[in-house]
Design a protein around this ligand. Sequence first.
Ligand code: GAL
Length: 996
Amino acid sequence: MKLAATWALAALAAQAAGAAISHKLNGFTITEHPDPAKREQLQKYVTWDDKSLFINGERLMLFSGEVHPFRLPVPSLWIDIFQKVKALGFNCVSFYVNWALVEHKPGHYRADGIFDLQPFFDAAQEAGIYLLARPGPYINAEVSGGGFPGWLARVNGTLRTRDEAYLNSTNNYVAHVAATIAKAQITNGGPIILYQPENEYTSACCGVDNFPDGVYMQYVEDQARNAGIVIPLISNDAAPEGHEAPGTGVGAVDIYGHDGYPLGFDCSNPTVWPSGDLPTNYWSLHEQQSPTTPYSIVEFQGGAFDPWGGSGFDNCAELLNNEFVRVFYKNNFSFRVAFMNLYMIFGGTNWGNLGHPGGYTSYDYGAAISESRNITREKYSELKLLGNFMKVTPGYLLTAPGNSTSSTYTSTSDLTVTPLLGSNSSASSFFVVRHSDYSSRDSVEYTLKLPVAGNVSIPQLGGKLTLGGRDLKIHVVNYDVAGTNVLYSTGEIFTWKKTDNGKILVLYGDTGEHHELAVSGASKSSVVEGSSSGITSKKVGSALIIGWDVSTSRRIVQVDDLRIILLDRNSAYNYWVPQLSSNGSVGYSSQETTASSVIVKAGYLVRTASLQGSDLHISADFNATTTVEVIGAPSSAKKIVINNQTLDTTVDKNGILSARVHYKAPKFKFPSLKDLPWKSIDTLPEIQTSYDDSAWTAANHPYTNNSANPIKTPTSLYSTDYGFSTGTFIYRGSFVSAGNETSFAFHTEGGLGYGHSAWINSTFIGSWIGSVFRPGETYVLTIVIDNMGLDENNGPGYEGTKDPRGILDYTLSGRSADAITWKLTGNLGGEDYQDLTRGPLNEGGLYAERQGFHQPEPPSQEWNTSSPFTGVSQAGVQFYSTSFDLDLPKGWDIPLYFDFRNSSSSPAPYRVQLFVNGYQYGKYVSNIGPQTAYPVPEGILNYQGRNWIALTLWAQDQNGAKLGGLDLISTTPVLTALRGVESVDQPKYQKRSGAY
Ligand code: GAL
């Protein structure tokens, strides 16, 4: 990517804006930026009016999906995601940056290796995807602390407010991250077009009365501007409430946006759509709240998160399925949404402890692209129909949403129609037809009364239209297809394009439906492919009307120079519209696409197309033997070349090129994990009498730095007071017995789904009976706490990130609390973490983790030979390591999973961490679930080479624990065009100085 001009340019642009006014308010320097209407002075690349954004002067709808680079830590796979998003017809991706991963130690910003954003920007640009940057500082995102590093729990001020201590804590991060983003702005030749400061600054609680605080928001915005951000600032209100919308005073953003999750996050009843959950007032709210900006939904439900013990992501994918796409997303189009970002389009993985306690390792989210980057969910295909339609329909942005009605445009009150009306009778209009009871599963027959040719009733040639259950349709009027006016169409539009000698329009409907379209000024039609049965046509006035019953076999109807391709929905799912380039570079412009795209019928995925001489190169992925057809190729194209292989190509009478790609699943073998030579050590040496904890951190602060949670113990036992915020913690409390102690009670916290185990000396407390204390002797309490991450910080005052982790309180009967002297550990070094490559959160405080044994090539020669399938027979934590080689064929994308099984349906409780080449890629809790299968991407796993895996097995039951099963499994291999997946750095074990 060329980021030719740099900084200087951005700075100049900012200077040129010139009109910024600074003044002091409550001790802060506040800059009021110019009126939005004048923002073109900051830069001329991204502008807007009330209807849409313009990029380089082109009006376009931004259809976007959310992707978090940090949830797929293999940079060479980012292009795969971008190409799969681009293939949907989308043109944008929104991303968060997770502060907790890049400034774990205050003042030390580190964003290299897998945390470097530049390869993400490069991949977006290569795929032709614009970016919305959302670096926070607060992001939420179901990540630990909502993106706040653990040390923010020590900030003496309310988080997300103007409290100076909080604002100061954000300065270093934002200065760095915003400068990195600034360099990749479109103004500097990069892909980033929008910047979102803060996230959901929507509500406050617990005594924060100055809310919303424009001074605070302005500070956050100034941080970005001062770091060189010149593109427009967009907000993300948690609901359409108008916070920070232009015109609301200091702290207002340029473009107002909000989010919406109408079906919520409980996936346990995936077929139930509760009544009243379809948004119907978005447009009227927008007109009240931000009439001068393009209507923007910065996050719209693309799936759902799922907590520990939840119902699993398959259920979420079912709740938020292809029907949800049809009904809810098309409904948003009735509000003339001009920026719509689906959260998430690809969820990814909460590897290495990066998640918050309300989620487990998988962050699949039930999204269109699954965690293993697979696109077989039907919602992906449904979205592709919608994304490609919007891409070729710029006229939509010029309409005005009208009132929804059940009488004006339809024949039945079972349906409700929202018109999007063009500015005059010959301009494009759109009619969004839905069930009045949005969740209805009934099929409803109707006729349409559209304001064309004297308010005719459609279908004009007889028959009825049908809206199936849980469906919603967009009917077009005066739709421009490269100069041909489609007077109306009830069949939905997938795409259209101009060819060398005419035009192509692709329409689809469901089998069993009848449709009709009218072409202005046309006189006759002929069926040039497929059966003409069920197709009628008639000239009415100056238009030619064509009616058809949807059939599963393709029909092509020629009307003058317009070729109309009639498909059923399932067939349409197999079509793709890559832009044709001569040099492999994809580009961005939608206008360009309609002139230079090709329509490809293939199967699983088409990524790119380019014409080189008479060779039509297509890069595509296959999961079955497939006939590839290319429709609308330039007449110079003679041969189809798929993934650099020239195929026997035929051309039919209609100029459609076709060739066949053979798929034969490769044979490969996986090791049986059970039969590998496992080596093992006890990773809880702390409970042995000989254990020396002199190198541990003394938990000796008689105060806490946690301003939201006073301590109840003589010294603070909050982990973040001592720099520990990730993974397992271990506490050791020693006391000299007075002989009269009879009980020890304690209260710990590790977040939702956490667990703890405790020992006195070597005795597991769960199995301890009666007093064993001898006066004058020293006893050591060891408490292991599974920390599931820090809580999110939902708004000013909630202070969730400060919810303490560790021991909150304890009593030792007969003694005062200070009889116990505490020490603790978490990951080795705490905020001075050891593993700069895998980042600050990846390892916790178990002995084997502190030593670095979870990495490749641990010093296991002297360890016991024992396996996690045999396990342990008493409470404790055992560590296992082994290695195996993979030799998977190149040119295949083979999704791999580690699949855990229990030996019985109610196993003794245990907790496992799975490390793959040193990356913690799974946390399994036998008695909570729901996750049992853990996808691990290529790049973390070495597909051609050695892999080291390690497990920590924490038996919480006195009788120990063992794995019922653990297998490496794959799903259907995909023959892929994706090349060059590189393994990320996997530093191997090296003796760590100072490790204890
Ligand atoms: C939004 C928030 C996101 C994410 C989402 C739920 O409100 O902005 O960061 O938490 O909810 O997945």
